[in-house]
Design a protein around this ligand. Structure first.
Ligand code: TXA
Ligand code: MG
Length: 357
C-alpha cells in the first residue's frame, strides 16, 4: 500500500480531498488529516472496527484511549453523558481549538475508543480541513496523532508519509500545523479539574475561565497511582536520536559538556543543536574537543508559540539528517513554556547509552 497525498491549496482541491477522505472514512478506512495541533489518524468514532484499525496501524497499546474530534458543541454533547456548565464555558472560550475535555462517555462511544474506561476525551479542532471532513461524514472522528506509537507527532503531511506512508491509503495535506504540539487534555471529572497533558492553552488560561485547575501529577507521584492518562507515560514523543537538554554560559562551556557526552568514542559524535538565545559561532573555540562535530545549528525564536510551531519539524529534520545526538538549549521557565518543557522532558527520557548509539 502507498498513501496518496491530496493537496488542499485551491477550492477544488479542498473539496476533492474532503470528499475522498469522507468516502474512505465511511468505508471504515483510516485517513490522516491535518489539525491545528498535529496531524491525526482518523476513523469513524462510532464504528468499533474502524477504530480498532487505528491501534493496529499505529502499533498503539490498547490501553491508551483516543480523542474524539467533533465539529461543534452539539456533536460533542452526543459523545458525552453529561455536559456540565464548566464544559460549556470552556467550549465558548477555547473551541474550536487545542483543548480536549475529558467527560463521562455516552453510550454512543464504543469501548475501543475509551480503552474500556468510563470517560471520553472530546475536542473541536480549528483546522478547516478537519472541520470540513467531520461535517461531510456527519459522525465524530476518533483520531490519535498520526505517528507510530511512542514516536514524534507529525506536523506536516510529509512527516505522516515518512512514518505511515506504507500503512494507510490517504493523507490530506493541510500545510504545517499552526500550533505544532498536541492539545491540552483537561479532566473535567476531577475536582478540581486537572490538566492531564499540558498544551498551549495553559492551566492559567483555563483557571481564568473555571477558577481552580490542578496541574499534571508529578512523574514521581504518577508512578504510585493508577494510570489516568496513559499518554503521559515517559518516553513518548521521542525522536529517533537521543536528546539532551543543556544550559551553557559561553561556547567553551557548551563544548566542555559536549566533550563529556562524547567521551570514549572512536569517531566524532554528530551533534545537532537547537538553540533560542545562545547561538554558537561557526567554528569551535581553540582547544575544543575534536570528538564532536556540530553538524547543524537550528535557531528557534524565543517565543513560546513560535517555538512550539517549529519544534517537531526541527526534531524530524534531525532524525532525517542522521543526528547522533540532539542538544536542545533549555527553554525559559514560565506558564507559556510548560507544555514545551513537558514534551522536551519526554523526548529526553531515554539516555544516550540506552539508545544503542
Ligand atoms: O492535539 C491532539 O490532541 C492530537 C490531534 C490529532 O487532535 N491528538 C493526540 O492524540 O495527541 P493522541 O492519541 O496521540 O494523544 C491523546 C492523549 C493521550 O495521552 C491519551 O492517553 C489521552 O489523550 N486521553 C484520551 N482520551 C482520554 C480519556 N478518556 N481520559 C484520559 N486521557 C485521555
Ligand atoms: Mg500521540
Amino acid at each position: 500500500m502507498k498513501a496518496e497525498i491530496l493537496p488542499t491549496d485551491t477550492p477544488d482541491q479542498f473539496q476533492a480531498a474532503v470528499q475522498r477522505a469522507a468516502e474512505l472514512l465511511r468505508a471504515g478506512e483510516p485517513v490522516a488529516l491535518p489539525t491545528e495541533t498535529v496531524y491525526g489518524l482518523a476513523a469513524n468514532a462510532l464504528d468499533a472496527d474502524a477504530v480498532a484499525r487505528l491501534y493496529q496501524v499505529k502499533g498503539r497499546p490498547a490501553h491508551n484511549p483516543i480523542i474524539v474530534h467533533v465539529a461543534g458543541v452539539e456533536m460533542a454533547r452526543r459523545c458525552v453523558a453529561e455536559w456540565p456548565e464548566a464544559a460549556e464555558r470552556l467550549a465558548r472560550a477555547f473551541w474550536p481549538g487545542p483543548l480536549t475535555l475529558v467527560l463521562p462517555r455516552s453510550a454512543a462511544i464504543p469501548d475501543v475508543v475509551t480503552a474500556g474506561g468510563p470517560t471520553v476525551g472530546v475536542r473541536w479542532p480549528r483546522h478547516p480541513v478537519m472541520q470540513a471532513v467531520i461535517r461531510a461524514c456527519g459522525f465524530p472522528l476518533a483520531a490519535p496523532s498520526a505517528n507510530l506509537a511512542s514516536r514524534l507527532s507529525p506536523t506536516s503531511a510529509e512527516h505522516v508519509r515518512a512514518q505511515l506512508g506504507e500503512r494507510i491509503r490517504l493523507i490530506v495535506d493541510g500545510g504545517s500545523c499552526a500550533v505544532g504540539i498536541e492539545s491540552t487534555v483537561l479532566d473535567l471529572t476531577a475536582r478540581p479539574p486537572r490538566v492531564l497533558r499540558p498544551g498551549m492553552i495553559t492551566a492559567e488560561s483555563l483557571a481564568a475561565v473555571l477558577g481552580e485547575v490542578a496541574l499534571p501529577d508529578s512523574p514521581a507521584g504518577a508512578a504510585n497511582e493508577p494510570l489516568r492518562s496513559p499518554g503521559l507515560l515517559e518516553k513518548h514523543y521521542a525522536p529517533a536520536a537521543p536528546l539532551v537538554l543543556m544550559e551553557w554560559r559561553d561556547e567553551a562551556e557548551l563544548y566542555r559538556q559536549l566533550a563529556a557526552l562524547a567521551a570514549g568514542r572512536t569517531a566524532p559524535l554528530r551533534v545537532h543543536l537547537l538553540v533560542h538565545t545562545r547561538i554558537p559561532a561557526g567554528t569551535a573555540p581553540a582547544g575544543a574537543t575534536s570528538n564532536v562535530t556540530l553538524e547543524r545549528v537550528a535557531v528557534i525564536p524565543q517565543d513560546a508559540e513560535a517555538f512550539a510551531r517549529a519544534l517537531y519539524a526541527e526534531l524530524h529534520r534531525c532524525d532525517l539528517s542522521g543526528a547522533e545526538l540532539i542538544v536542545v538549549e533549555s527553554p525559559p521557565r514560565g506558564p507559556e513554556w510548560r507544555a514545551i518543557a513537558d514534551r522536551l522532558r519526554r523526548a529526553a527520557a531515554r539516555s544516550l547509552s540506552a539508545s544503542g548509539g
